[in-house]
Design a protein around this ligand. Sequence first.
Ligand code: H79
Length: 707
Amino acid sequence: MKYRSLLFSLGIAVALATFAKPSPRWVDQKFSMFIHFGLYSVYGGVYEGEPVTRGYSEQIQSFAGIFSDWYANTASVFNPVQWNPDSIVALARSAGMRSIVITSKHHDGFCMYHSKYTDFNIVDATPYGKDLMKELAKACERGGIDFGVYFSLIDWNYPHGYPISSHNADPLTPQHYEFNLKQVEEIMTGYGDISEIWFDMGSLTPEQSRGLYELVNRLQPGCMISGRLGNDYVDFAVMADNEYPEYKMGMPWQTAASMFDETWGYRSWQERGEVSPKVEEKIASLVKVVSRGGNYLLNIGPKGDGSVVPFEGEVLHGIGEWLKVNGEAIYGAKANPFHHSFEWGDITCNEGSLYLFIGELPTSGKIEIKGIGGTVSGASLLSSGKLLPCRLRNRVLSIDLSGLASEEVLPVVKVSFRNGYLVLPDPIVKREALTLRNAMSLFGHSSLNYYAGYKSLIGYDWAWQHRPGRHVPEIRFTDQEVGRQVVVEIGGTRHEVTLEPTATTRVTLSPGSVLWGFLYRKPGRGVFGNVEEEGAGEVNPKRPGSRWTEVTDFSYGKSYSEPILPRESVVFLQEIESLAQQTIAVKLTSGNAAYVLLNGEYVTAHFSPQRIEKQEELLLLPLRKGKNQLVVKLYNGFGNVLHYGIEPLEEWAIHTLKLDPVRLGRQEFQRVSLRANGIPASATPVAYSAVSPLRMNNVSISFSASR
Ligand code: H79
């Protein structure tokens, strides 16, 4: 429900609205099976008697350089007689999985279903001769679990498409796009209810993403669509393979994971090791994902004969054993309600209880959780029911874990409360204005395609400690936000407003108060958005061995450019020294995608689905006294020139818009939120969806008392 109202409030009716989404059933799947099965499974990662060690085994055609006619001939020996869809469903169920997602077609173009539009499919081209995907869809229905499909947007077998590339992010020719539409239509109409469609790879135009999105929506309004369709046409975000976010997501999402990072498709020579450490690793990942609000899609890669690799079957059984005991903490549970993570492990919750997954027993034998209100009625170990001493005093919950057996895999402690509980927000803002820095930010995962996917900031929430009485809310913003439509919610009252100034003040930079330092650059790692992991916020460019180099032909106020290839990125680091703590304004020039951090903290990130080559924006930068580092990662999706520029402003406008007064009672704090409302004119006809970045980092809200 929460997501649904969020979707409405974002006003994305134009392109994305469907009333069935997000399907609550999908959101509560939590744990599902991914199956990579196709012609590549026959090779099992071996070509001409040699293991192919480069790349994933499902892409062996590409990595071993197999001629397309030779590869296609594999179909004549593809006869998965050991494939038993009912036992696959039984395996998924015993693992505690709620759905199965199978590769209908991978990059090789071979269809695991009976396609009318190509003979390169399991019915027409193999001795097996049956529609394997239909068998699985029916078995899922019999077994009472959901069925979904993976669909590769690229296709190495389609004659009018792009040839094999190193990156798999090729555009779709108009004919290929039509072909995909027809295939998706047959999948959506011939295989019963499809719980999700996992589009993957390619680099589509916004119109193509939209066409496929609308087609699926029309044929199966409840089918959840993966964000890898691109251009922010998305029902659920897909994290990078095997990864999960360390931040609060405001939308449905999923992490897909393989048993071993090296491959998804069957690899006969994979060194698998012991089962139990793998079971523990995957339980830990499942918990990380679910405690952050996502679904975990764990892959198996059956052999060419259709049998399940015994190791993979055993791992799934092992996870299922753990879930039989601890499932209460997973299914129906919600994400960690706190605004931070914990060293000792993870948390999920429901209305009356918290579930603590104890990853690491603290040496003290005790854990303490601050910021909870309520009356605790007890803590017990989910596996045995054993009671654990606990108390809640002064809003600190402490639990004595010294009685926990250390050999149990990820023990779960259930903490129950008498009449629910309250988690105190963090931070609670006292006298200051509400800004991006003291907000509890909500993130999405915006993606242009596989490579240009990043953490997008989609909303600000605040907890504001106020005095009872009447207050006049004042929204402050810059020229950058004039005309934007927003929803500001204060203590449950919605204000839908357009940011038009009722008053304006001009702010001038105190002369000489900022020393503009050198600019350094280094090549970015390919995928846009890893900049925090690259540790750019703490880098010392002068350290020997540093990859940073000084950009000598850069000057402030002038646009700097250099040649760049598509899918390449560059990280710039700008040294700024301020004589005082103060907020300054700059004009930032960037290319078609930018990610901005000030002193290691997220300021803004965005790309241009319209593929604008050079864009300018005004940014307020809250500097601290002393040295500051502005880090801007520029990603080049399209074109061959990279643009960058910083123009310090000596004067800028701060606009104010007063809202109607609000009357507030005696609560401890008030919840305030800021969201976008509607589509910025600049974004049409491109989707502006629930994951598109808010780009309101310059906006702040303050309150003045009124009589
Ligand atoms: O189906 C699985 C992959 O085959 C597919 N997505 C998952 C779910 C996928 N196709 N392409 N990609 C993922 C991205 C390609 C990454 C690559 Fe590499 C970078 C291919 C070559 C360099 C890393 C190193 C992966 C293979 C070798």
